[in-house]
Ligand binder design. Structure first.
Ligand SMILES: *Cc1c(COP(=O)(O)O)cnc(C)c1O
Length: 377
């Protein structure tokens, strides 16, 4: 068994996988003289639509604004409530606030911490317009249950697929089940453009609203007549060039993530205190992070950047104003979110970026094993 304590490694939580392809792609764009959103972005968009299997998609400057754009295109705004899982990156709920609506936090399940549609019915009111499933940590939420729930309650579905490019549920890509689906290309996502977001939809009318909202209220450039209010949500062709280079190697990125996850599983199999997430039936698993339920095992002291789960939204200081006691509409007591609290208090997030080596995974696993051996003595 490897000994962790004879050396000290420095292992970051995330590290984007960029190389010569991206450097050359950006250089070509700069040399071309056209650096704003143009032909390269159009090509990236066409390739994304093809990969995801959807007719329409538009870029946004980042995933947060992609979610905002999707919500706004669905006419969700002041007076509306949107169901959001209690465990997610806070941007899911912040986008709802940016659209002028109110996020309502829904408990997650204990198997894989995805939104639990069996626990939302009591939260639906006359103001509830939409549900925002988040495909968390590299797998899909239970979309069969969520779509059935949405249909039962006549809700729109806007999917936060920021962490889920490449993830399919029953052979259908995450983000394509509802009226709109949103992706992020931040540096820690499966493919990156540095900053970047993407909104997809099936419906031509929603697509046209997306186009207007992202382009100062008009469908095309070159005209100064603006039928509606809109903004500037463009990307640059430099970012799109990076995105194309990344999309070209997404299969390799996914394969590497699968291999790394296998190493984690094999090297931690002998530690009964360590539990992995249950993979949602019917879903792919392209781990966004290596998520374990176990103690943090002094990993930080050993040079490994470990994180907790995302902090449950009901506990966020920024959302305390939503509590009934403060005049809001929610009861934010921990008692309503036992699974989210359990995940937050017992879950850890380990690195799984494509360049992570087997030696590094060995070191992390040995550190965890040594911790449990030492605490048993
Ligand atoms: C990254 C992320 C976002 C936000 O994307 P940005 O590009 O960082 O704005 C939203 N939701 C989830 C679940 C994310 O992981």
């Amino acid at each position: 068994m490897d000994q962790a304590n004879d050396r000290l490694m420095n292992i970051p939580q995330v590290s984007p996988w960029l190389g010569q392809e991206e450097i050359e792609a950006v250089s070509r764009v700069i040399a071309s003289g056209w650096i704003t959103e143009g032909a390269v972005a159009a090509e990236f968009s066409a390739r994304l639509n093809d990969f995801i299997g959807i007719p329409y998609g538009v870029f946004a400057p980042n995933g947060t604004l992609a979610l905002y754009l999707g919500l706004a295109a669905l006419n969700i705004g002041p007076g509306d409530e949107v169901l959001v899982p209690d465990i997610t990156f806070i941007a899911s709920a912040n986008a709802v606030v940016l659209a002028g609506a109110t996020p309502v936090f829904v408990e997650v399940n204990r198997d894989n911490y995805q939104l639990d549609a069996t626990q939302c019915a009591h939260l639906v009111t006359a103001r509830t317009r939409a549900i925002m499933p988040v495909h968390l940590y590299g797998m899909s939420a239970n979309m069969a249950e969520i779509i059935a729930f949405a249909q039962r309650h006549n809700l729109l579905v806007i999917e936060d697929a920021a962490q889920a490019i490449g993830v399919r549920y029953r052979s259908q890509h995450a983000g394509t089940f509802g009226q709109a689906g949103c992706f992020s290309f931040f540096a820690d996502k499966t493919i990156t453009t540095g900053e970047g977001g993407y909104v997809v939809c099936h419906d031509r009318a929603i697509y046209e609203r997306l186009l207007q909202l992202r382009n100062q209220g008009r469908a095309d450039r070159g005209s100064f007549i603006h039928p509606t209010i809109g903004y500037n949500f463009r990307l640059t062709d430099m970012q799109a060039a990076i995105g194309l280079a990344q999309l070209n190697k997404i299969d390799v990125i996914i394969e590497r993530k699968h291999n790394i996850m296998d190493w984690y599983r094999r090297k931690l199999r002998s530690v009964p205190q360590v539990h992995f997430l249950a993979i949602e039936p019917g879903s792919d698993y392209i781990p966004f992070r290596a998520i374990l339920i176990c103690e943090n095992a002094h990993l930080i002291e050993r040079g490994v950047q470990v994180r907790t789960f995302f902090c449950p939204l009901h506990r966020q200081p920024s959302f305390a104003y939503l509590d009934k006691e403060r005049g809001g509409v929610l009861d934010l007591d921990d008692a309503h979110y036992p699974n989210a609290v359990f995940g937050y208090e017992h879950g850890i997030s380990l690195p799984i970026f494509p360049a992570l080596t087997e030696d590094q995974v060995c070191y992390i696993a040995a550190t965890i094993r040594d911790f449990y051996v030492a605490s048993a003595n």
